[in-house]
Design a binder for this molecule. Structure first.
Ligand SMILES: NC(=O)c1ccc[n+]([C@@H]2O[C@H](COP(=O)([O-])OP(=O)(O)OC[C@H]3O[C@@H](n4cnc5c(N)ncnc54)[C@H](O)[C@@H]3O)[C@@H](O)[C@H]2O)c1
Length: 454
C-alpha cells in the first residue's frame, strides 16, 4: 500500500513512489467563454448538487471509483478521495458571452433544464453575468450580439481578457483558475505560420491577422496568466504550436478538442468492439437532428466543416484500415447534422452501420439515440476543470502542455505532433485511470491476471 508523506519545504503531498501534488486549498475559479446550453447546464447542475437536490451522474470525479492492486484486494476508493481534487463547494464561476443574459436567463432560453430545477438555483445563476466577449462574426456567421469588447487590434483584446482574468481572481477570492471554452464552433481554420510559435502569434495579433480566431485570444490570455485551458469545441484554439509552447513555458496545462457526447460517444463505444472481434465495416452513415443554438451555428458550412473533421477522424483511428485493409479500407463514412428547431437540445442521432462477418456475409446495425446533448456534456465540463486543476498542481503534469490522459472526454483528442490520438473509449479510460495510479505511486493495472493462477 502507498504511504502518505508530507514534504518538509512545502505543504505538497507525495505518496511513496508517486509525484508531488500541491493541495487543493481555497477556491477554484472556473472561467467559461460561451455561456450557452452546455455552460449553464454545467453551472446549474453544480449548484443543484451542492444544494443536495440532484446527483452528479456521468461524472467520474464525483461518482467514479478506481481499483487499486489485485482484484482480490477489494480496494476501490472513490477517485475524489484518491487524488486531491477541488471540492464542489470551492468552485466559483465567471464567463463571457456576446449576449447580455445572465446565467439564469441563458439557461431558461437554452431550455435544457426544467423550470422547477432552475427556479431552485435562480439567485445563484442570476448572479453570474457575462463579461464582454471577444467576437467576430466572420468566425461564426450565424451569430451576432451586442456584448462585445472593442480594441484596435487582437493583442489589445487579449490584454482586456487578461485584465478580466485578474479582476475575477481578485473579486472572487479564487486561489487557482481554469478556463474552459464552451463557446460556439468557429469556422474551419488550419495551422499556419501565424501559429508556429508565440512570437509569430503575437505579431499576428498585432496585425489583426485573420488566422487568429476569437477562441485563440481567450486561450492565449489564459495561458499568459498561467491558467490551464480546455477546449470543448472542435476549433483549433489550443491545438497550435504557439499554444503548446506557451502552455509548457507557463506550466498551464491544455487539452481538447470537442466534448465527446452523443453520437461520437456511441461510435467510440461500438467501433472498438467491431475491431476487437474482427468484424468488417463497409459503411457508417450518421445523421443528427438538433434544434438548439449549437445546431443553428452548425448549419453554416464553415462551422460544420470544423465539426465534420472532428467527427470523421474517429473511425479511421479506431479501425486502423492500414493494419486491416480487408476489413476497413473501403468504409464509406458520412456524418450529417441537420438543424431542426422543434427538437431543441434533445437531439436525435441515427446511425446505420453496415458490417460484415464470416465469409463476408453482410449485416446491419441501427442505432437511434434520443439524447440530451448538454446533459451529456455537463459532467465532462466538471471532470475536465477538476482534472486540469489537478494537472496544474502536479509537479509531473504541469509542464507537459497537452494532457493526453484526458482524451477520454474528447472527440478529437489533442496529441503532440507526430503522435496519433487514441479514440477507443476503453483505452482512454485505462489511460486516465493509470495516470491517476501513476501520480499516486500505485501499480498500473495491465489486466494480465496470470498471478491469480500461480
Ligand atoms: N452540447 C454538446 O453535447 C456538445 C458536444 C461537443 C461539443 N460541443 C460544443 O460546445 C460548444 C457549446 O455548445 P452549446 O450547446 O452550449 O452551444 P450554445 O450555442 O448554446 O452556446 C454557445 C455560446 O457561446 C457564445 N459565444 C460564441 N462565440 C463567443 C465568443 N467569441 N465569446 C464568448 N461567447 C461566445 C454564444 O453566444 C452562445 O451563448 C459548441 O461549440 C459545441 O459545438 C457541445
Amino acid at each position: 500500500m502507498a504511504v502518505r508523506q508530507k514534504t518538509a519545504s512545502s505543504k505538497s503531498e507525495i505518496r511513496k513512489g508517486g509525484s508531488e501534488i500541491q493541495p487543493a486549498k481555497g477556491k477554484l475559479g472556473i472561467m467559461i467563454p460561451g455561456m450557452g446550453a452546455v455552460a449553464t447546464t454545467f453551472v446549474a447542475g453544480v449548484e443543484a448538487v451542492r444544494k443536495g437536490f440532484a446527483r452528479p451522474i456521468g461524472s467520474l470525479t464525483q461518482m467514479g471509483t478506481i481499483r487499486l492492486g489485485k482484484r482480490t484486494d477489494n480496494n476501490s476508493p472513490a477517485i475524489k478521495n484518491f487524488v486531491p481534487l477541488a471540492k464542489l463547494s470551492d468552485l466559483v464561476f465567471t464567463g463571457w458571452d456576446i449576449f447580455e443574459d445572465d446565467m439564469y436567463t441563458a439557461a431558461s432560453k437554452a431550455g435544457v433544464l426544467e423550470r422547477d430545477l432552475l427556479q431552485q438555483v435562480k439567485p445563484f445563476l442570476t448572479s453570474i453575468k457575462p463579461r464582454k466577449a471577444v467576437f467576430d462574426r466572420s468566425y461564426v456567421r450565424k451569430l451576432d450580439g451586442p456584448n462585445l469588447k472593442k480594441g484596435k487590434n487582437k493583442m489589445e483584446l487579449a490584454q482586456q481578457v487578461r485584465e478580466d482574468i485578474r479582476e475575477f481572481k481578485k473579486s472572487s477570492g479564487a486561489d487557482r483558475l481554469v478556463t474552459i471554452w464552451c463557446g460556439s464552433t468557429e469556422t474551419f481554420l488550419q495551422p499556419t505560420q501565424a501559429h508556429k510559435d508565440v512570437q509569430s502569434f503575437e505579431k499576428a495579433m498585432m496585425k489583426n491577422d485573420q488566422n487568429v480566431a476569437p477562441s485563440m485570444i481567450y486561450c492565449y490570455a489564459s495561458l499568459m496568466e498561467g491558467v490551464p485551458f480546455a477546449n470543448g469545441a472542435p476549433n483549433l484554439t489550443a491545438d497550435l504550436p504557439a499554444m503548446l509552447e506557451l502552455s509548457r513555458k507557463n506550466e498551464a496545462p491544455i487539452c481538447g478538442k470537442d466534448f465527446k457526447t452523443g453520437q461520437t460517444l456511441m461510435k467510440t463505444i461500438l467501433a472498438p468492439g467491431f475491431k476487437a472481434r474482427l468484424l468488417g465495416v463497409s459503411g457508417w452513415y450518421s445523421t443528427n437532428i438538433l434544434g438548439n443554438r449549437d445546431g443553428e451555428v452548425l448549419d453554416d458550412p464553415g462551422s460544420f466543416k470544423t465539426k465534420e473533421e472532428s467527427k470523421l477522424g474517429v473511425l479511421e483511428h479506431i479501425l486502423q484500415p492500414a493494419l486491416y485493409p480487408e476489413l476497413y479500407k473501403n468504409i464509406f463514412h458520412k456524418v450529417r447534422i441537420n438543424y431542426y428547431p422543434p427538437r431543441g437540445d434533445n437531439k436525435e442521432g441515427w446511425d446505420n452501420i453496415d458490417i460484415f462477418g464470416w465469409l463476408g456475409y453482410p449485416m446491419q446495425i441501427k442505432v437511434d439515440f434520443l439524447c440530451r446533448d448538454s446533459i451529456l456534456a455537463a459532467p465532462i465540463v466538471l471532470d475536465l476543470v477538476l482534472f486540469l486543476d489537478l494537472a496544474k498542481r502536479s509537479s509531473e503534469l504541469s509542464g507537459l502542455g497537452i494532457q493526453e490522459w484526458l482524451s477520454f472526454y474528447f472527440k478529437s483528442p489533442m496529441t503532440i505532433p507526430g503522435l496519433y490520438p487514441e479514440h477507443d473509449l476503453f483505452i482512454q479510460s485505462m489511460k486516465l485511470k493509470n495516470t491517476l495510479r501513476h501520480l499516486r505511486g500505485e501499480e498500473l493495472i495491465t489486466h494480465l491476471g496470470l498471478e491469480y493462477y500461480d
